[in-house]
Design a protein around this ligand. Structure first.
Ligand SMILES: [Zn+2]
Length: 124
């Protein structure tokens, strides 16, 4: 996985986390930082950035609906960000296989590939 791809997932995760925790001023900050810390990032730009973040939320809302609650979602997102830092992001924790990009795009905080997720769901 390239650094640019990782940056995209990190940005998505940060936006999701901020939206879930409902901290709007924080959201503006994260959005600005995620875009490479534009020097002209005054707070007056914030509403525009927030609107940008709102465009592709449908899939994420759907994916988040699969989680039990907001607290669990925040935990998963935090751990996904930690995996990005450690360089293990995108690997299945069960079989260590590569998680397909389409799955990561829909569920950036997932820790399992499709096959393992199904297997674990059945056994729980
Ligand atoms: Zn797996």
């Amino acid at each position: 996985m390239t650094k640019a791809e990782l940056d995209t997932y990190r940005e998505t995760l940060l936006a999701l986390r901020t939206r879930l925790s409902g901290n709007v001023s924080h959201l503006a900050e994260e959005a600005l930082r995620a875009r490479g810390g534009e020097a002209s990032g005054s707070l007056s730009n914030a509403p525009l950035h927030m609107a940008d973040l709102g465009t592709d939320n449908f899939e994420q809302e759907f994916a988040l609906g699969l989680l039990q609650n907001q607290e669990q979602a925040l935990t998963e997102i935090g751990e996904a960000l930690e995996r990005i830092r450690k360089g293990t992001f995108g690997r299945c924790e069960e079989c260590e296989g590569v998680i397909p990009k389409a799955r990561l795009q829909a569920l950036p905080y997932t820790r399992h590939c499709v096959a393992c997720a199904r297997k674990l769901q059945r056994s729980s």
